[in-house]
Design a protein around this ligand. Structure first.
Ligand SMILES: [Zn+2]
Length: 385
């Protein structure tokens, strides 16, 4: 892969404001033009609005199993962040390329695209698939469309490399996430008559305390996976809203909670424990005072975890291609769990550091693009054999 070419492509990609709330179609059209010039066919997989699209392209034979290179085209917002330069214009300083999405993860997408001429020249025996998604940052939405089309493809992929920024570390696992919004309905009255009402804030607090109890239990007695920074399943409540004044018993409260589970644990069991407690232990006493009182649980988001075996072929291949002997697991979620659940062994490996992601003055070091380029060169060699 030509590093100058990857920088040039990255500059173009960063120039498109593809914050998840916006359409990504202009960026997709730019990539299509680039592929057209190289004679590579491509396919859009739209969302339901038609305003966003994934891009799928295959280089090499279509009817034999190959490797997916997965990247997302959307980026997180820059609102309220203090950038030195314009976030949507790539700026180079001291061997670093600054711009929104430079590390997360247009850098990887740029490397993959810069490697396409080499892929074409290599006479690949196994194909390489470019799979670029939309709306990853808001719950791995786009990749679901790519994954759901895999069974229609002429050959099931051998493996997938998701290029989230790992500084080209071989990442074999990340936690699964599941989150809920809870609305607690009570009955209002003057605070001096408190027992005649149902205090929604108090009933919210009791469920929140239960979530905390479960989290403490997982921390103390749950299964451990020491490859994680936080080596056990966690739970957490992110906010609680409710009430207006001290002398009014509040009739409504809302909060959101999540579980982030390691592979040994299933969020469904933990969520059931929370819902059972609310519905069976608390709701009857609420309804005894006010029949309209109770809990509503609304599924907010979920993505599956990743847990690729240390000795899986894809793990060994990734180590060979990146020249590394070690592997790790990361705290953040990626599209990798979706591919893995679809029966495609998957590794997260990409240029740049997650430390720079989502922040002001996000950057990727040019040396990271070079490392990724070497990885892709070796992958191309591997596929040409
Ligand atoms: Zn990302």
């Amino acid at each position: 892969m030509n590093v100058d070419k990857s920088k040039e492509i990255l500059e173009a990609l960063v120039g498109f404001d593809t914050v998840s709330r916006n359409s990504n179609l202009k960026l997709i059209a730019w990539i299509e033009q680039y592929l057209d010039k190289l004679g590579v066919k491509h396919e859009r997989i739209y969302d339901h609005t038609g305003e966003k699209s994934n891009l799928w392209a295959t280089i090499g034979p279509k009817d034999v199993p190959g490797y997916i290179l997965s990247g997302h085209t959307d980026v997180v917002p820059v609102d309220d962040q203090n950038w030195t330069d314009s976030p949507f214009k790539l700026t180079e300083r001291d061997g670093k390329l600054y711009g929104r999405g430079s590390t997360d993860m247009k850098g990887y997408v740029a490397c993959c695209l810069a490697a396409v001429p080499d892929m074409l020249k290599a006479n690949l025996k196994k194909p390489l698939h470019l799979a670029f998604s939309y709306d990853e940052e808001v719950g791995c939405i786009g990749a679901r469309g790519i994954v759901s089309k895999l069974p229609e493809r002429p050959a099931h992929p051998i493996a997938c490399f998701v290029g989230e920024p790992t500084e080209m570390d071989v990442v074999v696992g990340h936690k699964a996430k599941r989150s809920f919004k809870v609305t607690v309905r009570g009955r209002t009255c003057h605070s001096s008559l408190a027992p005649k009402g149902v205090n929604a804030v108090e009933y919210a607090a009791r469920v929140i305390a239960k979530i905390r109890d479960i989290s403490d239990r997982m921390a103390q007695k749950g299964t451990r996976d020491e490859l994680y920074d936080v080596p056990f399943t966690t739970g957490h409540t992110g906010y609680l809203h409710g009430g207006t004044a001290l002398n009014i018993v509040p009739d409504v409260a809302t909060f959101e909670f999540e579980f982030r589970t390691i592979a040994a644990d299933k969020s469904a069991m933990l969520v059931k424990e929370v819902i059972d407690y609310a519905k069976n232990d608390l709701e009857p006493e609420m309804k005894a005072v006010a029949p309209e009182a109770g809990y509503e649980f609304e599924d907010r988001s979920e993505f599956p975890g990743l847990d690729t075996a240390e000795n899986a072929e894809v793990t060994l291949l990734a180590k060979q291609l990146s020249g590394r002997n070690s592997h790790s697991k990361v705290a953040y979620g990626t599209e990798a769990g979706l591919y893995s659940d679809a029966g495609v062994p998957t590794i997260v490996i990409g240029p740049g550091s997650i430390d720079q992601a989502h922040k002001a003055d996000e950057f990727i070091a040019v040396s990271e693009l070079e490392k990724c380029g070497k990885f892709l060169d070796r992958l191309i060699e591997h596929c040409a054999r």
